[in-house]
Design a protein around this ligand. Structure first.
Ligand SMILES: Cc1cc2nc3c(=O)[nH]c(=O)nc-3n(C[C@H](O)[C@H](O)[C@H](O)COP(=O)(O)OP(=O)(O)OC[C@H]3O[C@@H](n4cnc5c(N)ncnc54)[C@H](O)[C@@H]3O)c2cc1C
Length: 421
């Protein structure tokens, strides 16, 4: 068995792996990317792909934006319903117009592979499954073996990037320490035709007690209904998933009219979507995307965070590989940036995935946000992961939250809804 040598090897060609490989290759580095998916048309089946607006800069940098727009992806925005009324983002005088995307993985995953294949120094091997990781005498990982239809292959590189998703077989092989917290909600969703939203292209989120409902407009004139529901209701949902899903939305305020709609997909869903997190670097490995941090999908952060982390990794590690200097420092800098940018978001997302009731501060924020356009805008920036919690809960915003709670009527009149305690 011969071994090829590269500057970097990326395991996984989802959003995190594709972005890592492209952004390293664009620095002139020789990159091998392997993925076990058999061909270009294979895509991740279970993902609701509401990509938060924090990811727009990296989407633009990759050249993915033009491709998404051409493919009919929806430039997304959302309105959030709580028991106090609608939290709408009217910009509050902020000139920035960042948006995310709603696009099916069936559409986005092949576009990412297309971008990879356009890089002259990037070799993409599909149908290639990581089976072993090799370390040098210092314990630093520097090579791997992968299975292909032509038999096992080995390759070596100065940098191995694990972007192999939530279960990360690579992290298991390397013995990367993994932390886990149980998620107490399951999810079911389906695409529909002829189900326009009353808000046009603006997605709708409903917080009904401890459950969440989402209606997203999608490419292909589709609408998705998606519900994240506490585990105790699972037996009832499992008995008739479509009826349970459609009934969930029937009484929600301003919900789409289902009378003309027809299902455009089977009901998809998952349980036990636990939160996993691992260090961003381990014995020379860089971990990117879900392999490093796999949050509750209800937050819709996974694809965006995966591409953003890839960008931070490539910005730090790429120049060190090009110059042959400061590799260890670059890896440490990546880990530090990952923690500084995402640890706070991860904490709040993980805390909410227990399916607990909203706490007093969250209630005060929601109540203020239906009354005060600035608070509403900041809620949207935080939920869109554009700002960190320290910026969101600044003394200025906290003051506005308190004042708005003391002040008169909401901007939008609350409508009746059923709320499950
Ligand atoms: C129900 C659900 C809903 C979601 N909704 C959203 C949402 O609305 N918005 C959002 O942003 N995110 C959402 N996510 C999360 C999102 O799907 C992930 O965060 C995102 O796919 C992570 O990207 P990634 O590149 O890290 O991993 P992945 O997309 O999982 O890619 C990993 C790649 O590694 C490959 N691979 C795995 N093992 C090996 C191996 N041994 N050898 C070679 N290749 C391997 C796989 O084939 C795959 O292509 C959702 C997830 C779920 C489960």
């Amino acid at each position: 068995m011969t071994s090829q040598t590269y500057d970097a090897i990326v395991v996984g060609a989802g959003p995190g792996g594709a972005a890592s490989a492209i952004l390293l290759a664009r620095q002139g580095l020789n990159v091998l990317a392997i993925d076990r998916k058999p061909d270009e048309d294979t895509y991740k089946k279970v993902c609701t792909t509401f990509i938060q607006r924090s990811a727009l800069p990296v989407i633009e940098k990759l050249g993915l934006k033009e491709k998404l727009d051409a493919a009919g992806a929806i430039q997304n925005a959302c309105e959030i319903w709580t028991e106090y009324g609608w939290i709408k983002d009217e910009g509050a005088g902020d000139p920035s117009t960042a948006h995310g995307y709603s696009v099916r993985r069936k559409v986005m995953d092949p576009l990412l592979l297309e971008l990879m294949q356009a890089e002259p120094t990037l070799t993409l091997e599909l149908g290639a499954t990581l089976t072993e990781l090799h370390a040098d005498e210092t314990g630093t990982f520097c090579g791997l073996t992968y299975a292909t239809k032509d038999g096992p292959q080995t390759a070596h590189a100065r940098q191995i990037v694990l972007a192999d998703g939530r279960g990360s077989p690579g992290a298991k092989l390397a013995g990367v320490p993994t932390k886990m917290r149980e998620n107490n909600r399951f999810v079911y969703y389906s695409y529909y035709e002829n189900m326009p939203l009353k808000t046009g292209k603006t997605a709708q989120f409903w917080q009904t007690g401890r459950d969440m409902g989402f209606a997203y407009p999608f490419d292909g004139d589709l609408t998705m209904l998606c519900a994240f529901v506490c585990e105790e209701d699972f037996p009832e949902w499992k008995a008739d998933r479509r009826t349970a899903l459609e009934s969930f939305f029937k009484d929600l305020p301003n919900a789409p009219d289902q009378s003309t709609a027809t299902p455009a997909s089977e009901i998809r869903g998952m349980r036990k979507l636990h939160d996993y997190w691992r260090p961003a670097t381990y014995q020379g490995l860089a971990l990117v995307g879900d392999a490093c941090m796999s949050c509750d999908p209800m937050s819709g952060v996974g694809c965006g965070f995966a591409m953003q982390a890839a960008d931070w990794m490539a910005e730090r590690v790429g120049p060190a590989l090009v110059s042959g200097k400061g590799h260890a420092e670059a890896l440490n800098a990546y880990a530090k940036q990952h923690k500084s940018m995402l640890a706070g978001h991860e904490y709040f997302i993980r805390d909410a995935s227990s399916g607990r009731e909203a706490n007093l501060l969250e209630k005060l924020i929601s109540r203020a946000a239906v009354r005060d356009a600035v608070v509403a805008h900041r809620v949207h920036l935080f939920v869109g992961r554009v700002i960190k919690w320290q910026e969101f809960l600044s003394p200025g915003t906290l003051g506005r939250i308190l004042l708005a709670n003391l002040r008169g009527a909401p901007r939008t009149a609350p409508e009746l809804t059923h709320v499950r305690g």
